[in-house]
Design a protein around this ligand. Structure first.
Ligand SMILES: [Cu+2]
Length: 178
């Protein structure tokens, strides 16, 4: 859906630019007094600048708050399960592999060798969360698996020949069930 919106928006703006160019080309053939045109142009420019500023400010405020960057300084609260994750060539090691739906989890992700990408995928292979797995550094990633099922960790950073086998299943059991 977003691709088609982006595509039509691009077409629309290309069309607007083409329109502006043909207008300028048409006008450039007429002889006119320069002063008033310049004054009008400056007014339009100011209007566009302020308009653009307002739109970009608004869009930034909305989209920045939704960026999936997790709070690295967040402390694991009482009932949060902390799971240490280590990426290595070519596997994922987890300190705990028992997951229950609805349980808040904080992954603490690091690497033993090179940089890997910790990508969490749901059953439809949609990426639901990700962070870097870096040597000598721990990234915190908080997530709650709302539905039981088989999730996957896949490496998101090309890390040499075995990169494609860095896949691990995470089985999330239903709450109260087996
Ligand atoms: Cu990797």
């Amino acid at each position: 859906m977003y691709q088609s919106i982006a595509w039509y928006a691009t077409l629309f703006f290309v069309f607007l630019i083409a329109l502006a160019f043909s207008f300028v080309y048409g006008e450039s053939r007429k002889l006119k007094e320069y002063g008033p045109i310049q004054e009008k142009g400056y007014k339009i420019r100011k209007f566009y600048f302020l308009g653009l500023l307002a739109i970009m400010g608004f869009a930034s405020a909305i989209s920045l708050s939704k960026l999936p960057y997790h709070d690295q300084h967040a402390q694991a609260k009482g009932n949060v399960k902390v799971v240490d994750v280590t990426g290595l060539q070519f596997a994922w090691e987890l300190s705990d592999e028992n997951f229950i739906a609805g349980e808040p989890i904080q992954f603490r992700v690091t690497s033993k060798d090179v940089t890997h990408g910790f990508g969490l995928y749901d059953e439809k292979l949609h990426l639901i969360a990700q962070t870097q797995a870096m040597p000598d550094y721990t990234n915190k990633l908080s997530i709650t698996f709302n539905k039981p099922g088989t999730y996957k960790i896949m490496c998101l950073e090309y890390c040499s020949t075995g990169h494609h086998v860095m896949i691990k299943d995470i089985i999330v059991k239903p709450k109260g069930g087996k």
